[in-house]
Design a protein around this ligand. Structure first.
Ligand code: NAD
Length: 545
């Protein structure tokens, strides 16, 4: 039932960030990955539902296709029925008894082994699945599916150690202790398409803290999610600790979100979906055993604001990399930029020159910098914005879309003089950035505009060489971004270096990959033990004068 006895203060290995492999031409890692890409592209994987370690098939299937070649089917996945979601919740309860009673170091060991497997034997599989299934270039797949997830697992273990070490003061008469209990019930983890690493982190962070989990990955991220699940099994994750539940999101949520034992939601995705989940929980408040912990990291409308003192080349690189890497499908992607009118012609020319060198196409051709957007829905949405911008604003570069083979949208720069244009306010989630050139003399006013323009507050960047301008931007934009960058693009947060999260409409800011996130998956019990129990009921003040 409980883990083997062990006395001694254990220390987890010190976490260090996983080095990023280059995959340069003729490197051994490139040859090995190319071989894995070829085998994976030639097969069609059948993905089951997994409850309590058992593989289940319903015959009601969805398909996973390649965004770069949308007729190419990579996998089919079985969709869970509502009854299966009930079974998965029961499986969480059954597995919890043992999992939560283990010493936390034994739970940590599962994640440390998972990290080591991902570093070595599973790396090609996860990187290749992320390239084929989610259309990431090799570099984008490497920093996500390999490095970021390895970092999440190693650093979370170290953060858990630090958290558990936080204990109250005691003295010789009493011993005060915090017991970091898991939550009562199950955690519902719902992951987005755009980061394999987030799919790996959402269920495992609560599991590390002793919880059991229902994990519902998005349909378009199913291939890499399935391989992640298999990796966790190989790492020693006991059956039922994480139940793998693909299927219709609304049908699964109808059961999970209204269940009496819902202890928490760990969500990353769009603001609208998260708001609906929160509203459903609100409507069911009388029904739960505890107050569910609701953690969600959601949308963004991330900005770059440049001061007239900015370095034009650094700014242009920040715009191009920040807006177009992974086709702008990062919650942190730069999608609006405010550039002084005096600088814009120069910066525009630099951006256009860089864009003219960027190749777009299938991720298996490693000379491509940009690939396809995730699916038809995204393609149609982004194309709609571009069609609108063709008449309501100016397309400076790009603007074309082609869905004949894959869901390809050209990297696009739009320009508008209207600071309230919808291209500057709404999350588009594609390779599109809108520039608003502003009068150089209106620096302070433009900061107020940046702050007030969108409902989100995820990431943002200021480019300036003038220190007073940097300080002013940092102050005025204090609530406008959870991750604020100075003279750097607003993407690319690294676990352990830049804890990630946003406020306002961008989420609950429980910063993924930090101690603050782990805190949400534990509910402390305070224990006071006295070594000197009082033996008289009277206090001294009651004594005779
Ligand atoms: P999405 O909201 O469409 O989907 C996210 C998850 O929610 C998926 O698993 C999906 O199946 C599920 N879902 C969809 N409809 C649902 C419903 N009715 N009930 C319950 N679950 C439902 O988001 P996406 O397209 O996968 O990801 C892109 C979005 O995620 C963008 O808005 C982006 O900004 C955001 N995002 C935010 C962060 C962050 O850290 N803030 C990180 C990555 C992505």
């Amino acid at each position: 039932m409980s883990s083997a006895s062990f006395d001694g203060a254990r220390r987890v290995p010190v976490a260090v960030n996983e080095p990023v492999r280059s995959y340069a031409p003729h490197s051994p890692e490139r040859a090995s990955l190319q071989a894995r890409l070829a085998t994976m592209a030639a097969e069609t994987v059948e993905i089951p539902i997994v409850i309590g370690g058992k593989r289940l098939h319903t015959g009601d299937c969805g398909t996973v296709t390649m965004p770069c070649d949308h007729q190419h089917v990579l996998a089919t996945f079985h969709k869970a029925t509502p009854a299966m979601v009930h079974d998965a919740i029961a499986s969480c309860a059954a597995a919890k008894a043992e999992w939560a009673s283990w010493r936390w170091e034994d739970r940590a060991a599962v994640l440390l082994r998972a990290a080591e497997l991902l570093t070595t034997s599973w790396r090609d599989t996860l990187v290749a699945a992320t390239m084929l299934g989610q259309a990431k270039t090799v570099h984008q797949a490497e920093i996500d599916a390999a490095c970021e997830l390895i970092d999440f697992w190693r650093f979370n273990v170290q953060f858990a150690q630090e958290l558990y070490a936080e204990q109250p003061i005691s003295d010789h008469t009493m011993w005060n202790q915090l017991d970091y209990r898991s939550l009562e019930g199950f955690v519902y983890a719902v992951s987005p398409f755009n980061f394999t690493a987030i799919g790996g982190n959402l269920p495992t962070a609560p599991a590390l803290m002793g919880n059991t989990v229902i994990w519902k990955p998005g349909a378009t991220v199913m291939l890499s999610s399935w391989y992640l699940y298999l990796l966790l099994e190989e790492a020693g994750l006991p059956p039922g600790v994480i139940n793998f539940i693909p299927g219709d999101p609304a049908a699964i949520s109808d059961v999970a979100l209204t269940h009496r034992d819902l202890a928490g939601v760990h969500f990353t995705g769009s603001t609208g979906v998260f708001n609906n989940m929160w509203a459903t929980i609100g409507k069911n408040m009388d029904h739960y055993r505890s107050y569910p912990r609701i953690v969600g990291e959601t949308g963004g409308k991330d900005f770059i604001v440049a001061h007239p003192s900015a370095d034009p080349q650094a700014l242009a690189v920040g715009i191009v990399r920040g807006a177009f890497e992974y086709q702008g499908q990062k919650c942190s992607a730069a999608s609006r930029a405010y550039v002084p009118k005096s600088m814009w012609p120069d910066v525009k020319a630099r951006c256009i020159a860089m864009m003219s060198e960027m190749k777009q196409g299938d991720v298996r051709d490693m000379s491509n910098f940009v690939a396809a957007v995730i699916d038809q829905k995204a393609f149609t949405r982004i194309k709609g914005y571009l069609d609108d911008a063709k008449t309501s604003a100016t397309i400076v570069a790009g603007g074309e879309c082609d869905d004949s083979v894959g869901w390809f949208v050209q990297p696009t720069i739009v320009e508008t003089n209207d600071p309230a244009h919808r291209m500057l306010c709404e999350e588009i989630f594609g390779p599109v950035i809108t520039i608003h050139p502003y009068d150089d003399a209106s620096w302070s006013d433009i900061l107020t505009t940046v702050d007030a323009t969108s409902p989100y507050a995820l990431t943002g960047a200021v480019f300036a060489r003038d220190r007073a301008a940097i300080q002013e931007a940092s102050n005025v934009l204090r609530q406008s971004a959870g991750n604020f960058y100075i003279n750097d693009k607003p993407t690319g947060a690294v676990v352990g270096q830049q804890p990630f999260g946003g406020a306002r409409g961008s989420g609950t800011n429980d910063t993924a990959g930090s101690k603050m996130n782990l805190l949400r998956w534990t509910s402390v019990r305070t224990i006071k033990e006295t070594f000197a129990s009082p033996t008289a009921w009277r206090y001294p003040f009651l004594g005779a004068e």
